[in-house]
Design a protein. Structure first.
Length: 305
């Protein structure tokens, strides 16, 4: 089977599994990304010879899925400090890769590390950037990223895998494609899709790497000159994303300033108070009955005769 068809098949399997887990609820996610890693760790240690980065990435991504699931389905999602864990964990995962690039050395690795630094600097950290969609059917976790940032991350991460783990480029092309498809219709769901699909491929790699790697081995794609070009492209896209985010923020701020100045120059008119006339008070009837005429005076009596 051609490599492209293998990547497409892996993409389809990952995307369908993500949609199933998205609908399955908390226990399925916690079983797959908490119980399974704890149970299989002795086996993984025995059969794999991963470098420190791969081991760290495996468990940190599983933790990210567990944390995100807790935000979605428990009261932890109501706490701002807990929701702040999402951008912090994302930044931490990028920094892990940056350190690996810097340790690798060379122009390509340095360019890619610079792109990663821009991604960390431009992702949102505001308190309201992360929220749980409690009105939706699946209680999705939404994080306020833009499509430009997601594209920059995708190019940067693809370059990272290409430079450091060329044999796994095919696998991670499928993983990154899942996130791009989700971001195409809602970039705020990207972080949830990214955590699930990356966690799935890492758990699969740790469990059946001896079968999965030969099935989709892209080591032949490695080329030093191409690596420099890919890393340079990642940095260029990251710069473009950062510039676009800055322009959008400046436009928003200038619009808010204009609205504030307009409100200051045009004071609000006071609406005149319309007073409703008070209706006359009803006359109280005399409880003693109609008034009796008083006695006539003598003068009147004389005049009438």
């Amino acid at each position: 089977m051609p490599v492209a068809l293998k990547i497409l098949a892996l993409f389809a399997a990952l995307y369908v599994t993500f949609e199933v887990l998205r609908r399955a609820g908390k226990w399925a996610a916690w079983a797959l990304f908490l119980a399974v890693p704890l149970a299989l760790t002795p086996y993984w240690v025995r059969v794999n010879s991963f470098d420190p980065f791969c081991w760290l990435k495996l468990y940190t991504v599983c933790f990210c899925v567990v944390w995100g699931t807790a935000l979605r389905f428990t009261r932890l999602g109501d706490r701002a400090w807990a929701r702040l864990g999402i951008p912090v964990l994302l930044a931490g995962n990028i920094i892990e890769a940056m350190v690996t690039d810097l340790i690798g050395g060379g122009l390509a690795h340095e360019l890619n590390a610079a792109a990663g630094l821009l991604l960390v600097a431009t992702q949102p950290y505001a308190r309201r950037a992360t929220r749980v969609d409690t009105t939706g059917e699946f209680r999705d976790l939404r994080y306020g990223l833009t499509r430009g940032w997601v594209v920059a991350y995708t190019v940067w991460n693809w370059a990272f895998v290409y430079l450091n783990y060329p044999a796994l480029v095919g696998q991670h092309t499928a993983v990154l494609a899942c996130g791009l498809v989700v971001a195409a219709y809602d970039p705020r769901l990207w972080v949830q899709a990214r955590a699930f699909t990356l966690g799935l491929i890492l758990v699969a790699t740790a469990t059946i790497d001896a079968a999965l790697r030969p099935w989709l081995d892209t080591s032949a794609w490695s080329d030093e000159r191409a690596g420099v070009a890919v890393a340079g492209a990642a940095l260029a896209v990251a710069i473009g994303s950062a510039a676009g985010a800055r322009r959008g923020r400046a436009a928003y701020d200038s619009g808010a300033d204009r609205a504030a100045r307009g409100a200051a120059q045009c004071p609000t008119r006071r609406t005149p108070t319309v007073r409703t006339p008070t209706p006359p008070r009803p006359t109280r009837p005399n409880s003693r009955g109609p008034a009796r005429p008083g006695p006539r005076s003598a003068g009147c009596s004389a005049g009438s005769k």
